[in-house]
Design a protein around this ligand. Structure first.
Ligand SMILES: Cc1cc2nc3c(=O)[nH]c(=O)nc-3n(C[C@H](O)[C@H](O)[C@H](O)COP(=O)(O)O)c2cc1C
Length: 431
């Protein structure tokens, strides 16, 4: 297993306060953003006594392929998650505050092999919303940019070879940053994550196919409606609980309690509304994801498969009857998809995304699925229940079961389950 923590060893570090105040100081500000979006938030202990860290942002297999870098008026930094510090890779004016999310595919591929590329993209989608909602909760806005040339972004952030740039996130409304007295390159030496790396040709192929965004595509890409700033972050808190508490206590359920416990149909509609509000990104003029629901335990809603139409906040019944066995079976036999109150299939319109953005569109569909997933996690937590992202499912069988032709260009890209979590006594220190 490759090291889940990247360090740029030798780069000067800036310690971030663990309990950040909203003081207007730039390090407090960055600390707040990262503490509520990317930091360690709990420790788990296995039966054999081994301890490992869990983070604010979720990740398939807790493998965390996503790294956070940032450029700002006084330098270039990498977030050192293991100690909640910034590693300063360069001093100098790098422009207004923007984050770069990168992925290290090997961190996922050693376990999930070729399928890992999808999980990396989902994880970026989760990390994006984790950061964007944390920014909104402190009064800022966050716009994502996916249409860039990978090679020039990798060069300008001087990324280690194993980190692939995926998404830029511009933060608007940050406090003033002190200017760097002079320009200097520190770099730091990226730690080696494992002694051996196994290549997965399918991952290299899909990555190469999606690396470039052609100017032809950009010229015809639809402009996102303006202003696309939705202030959705402020809705992930209530009079009783702050956004920060919600974000830090979010955990994936290992399984759900099943039985008679149910959520109300009002809770379900609130969950759906929060999860599907427009995203602020240069590739998000249209949504590529349609939600199908396997409703198991929702008061005033008969069990069945439903399709969600967000514009009308309407559920359309597709199949009636108990879906518990089927939802679990389709989700690679994972019981939690049947013990939940509701499980989702996210159907991605890959054809439409490719029509708009060429092969690059493949990334955007998965980013959107991850982003919706992150909102589902936080909305469920706010409403008093829990969730789990499900990357493992039988793709073609899902399409077939839902009646979506395999040659339609629409394909299941992510599953998700929400319900009442069974307690996880392996969590030894929630923080
Ligand atoms: C893209 C993605 C796919 C996932 N797939 C599964 C899955 O198939 N089954 C499962 O039980 N958990 C799945 N998870 C949940 C992760 O295992 C979980 O996020 C991770 O262990 C970290 O725990 P935390 O979410 O509590 O921080 C997935 C999470 C993500 C983000």
């Amino acid at each position: 297993m490759p090291d889940p923590f990247r360090h740029y060893d030798g780069a000067p570090v800036i310690d971030l306060p663990a309990d950040p105040k909203q003081s207007g100081d730039w390090t407090d500000f960055l600390s707040g953003l990262l503490f509520y979006s990317a930091s360690i938030s709990a420790t788990k202990q296995t039966i054999s006594g081994q301890r490992y860290a869990l983070r604010v942002n979720p990740s398939s297999g807790n493998l965390h392929p996503t790294e956070f870098h940032l450029a700002c008026p006084n330098g270039l930094y990498h977030y050192r998650v293991s100690s909640h510090m910034l590693e300063q890779r360069a001093a100098g004016d790098y422009g207004a505050l923007r984050f770069l999310l990168t992925t290290i595919a090997w961190r996922e591929a050693w376990k999930y092999q070729s399928r890992a590329y999808r999980y990396c993209l989902h994880d970026v989608g989760h990390a994006w919303q984790s950061l964007a909602l944390a920014a909104q909760a402190i009064g800022c806005e966050a716009s994502a940019v996916g249409n860039f040339d990978d090679d020039s972004v990798a060069r300008s952030f001087r990324l280690a070879d194993d980190e692939w740039p995926m998404l830029l996130i511009e933060i608007h409304g940050a406090p003033d940053f002190p200017a760097a007295p002079n320009s200097e390159w520190f770099g730091g030496i990226p730690n080696k994550l494992s002694t051996e790396v196994i290549r997965y040709p399918l991952i290299e192929e899909i990555h190469a196919a999606t690396r470039k965004i052609d100017s032809v595509w950009l010229a015809k890409a639809p402009a996102p409606p303006t202003p696309l700033r939705t202030k959705v972050g402020q809705t992930f808190s209530s009079a009783n609980v702050s956004f920060g508490e919600i974000a830090r206590r979010r955990r994936s359920a290992l399984d759900f309690r099943g039985g008679a416990e149910s959520i109300s149909s009002h809770q379900l509609l609130t969950l759906l509304d929060l999860a599907t509000r427009p995203l602020d990104a240069d590739f998000a003029a249209e949504s590529y994801i349609q939600l199908y629901l396997y409703v198991h335990r929702v008061r005033d809603l008969a069990p069945g498969v439903y399709k969600y139409w967000p514009e009308e906040t309407r559920l359309e019944l597709v199949k009636s009857g108990d879906q518990r066995v089927m939802a679990a079976a389709l989700s690679l036999g994972q019981d939690l998809a049947g013990n939940s109150c509701v499980t989702f299939s996210m159907i991605g319109d890959l054809e439409r995304a490719a029509h708009l953005y060429g092969d690059r569109g493949y990334r955007y569909v998965h980013f959107e699925a991850g982003a919706i997933g992150q909102r589902l996690y936080l909305a469920a937590e706010l409403l008093g229940f829990q969730s789990t992202g499900i990357g493992a499912f039988f793709d073609d069988s899902v399409n077939e079961y839902l009646g979506i032709a395999l040659d339609s260009g629409r394909q299941v890209v992510y599953h998700f389950a929400c319900g009442f979590a069974v307690p996880d006594d392996r969590i030894v220190s929630p923080c």
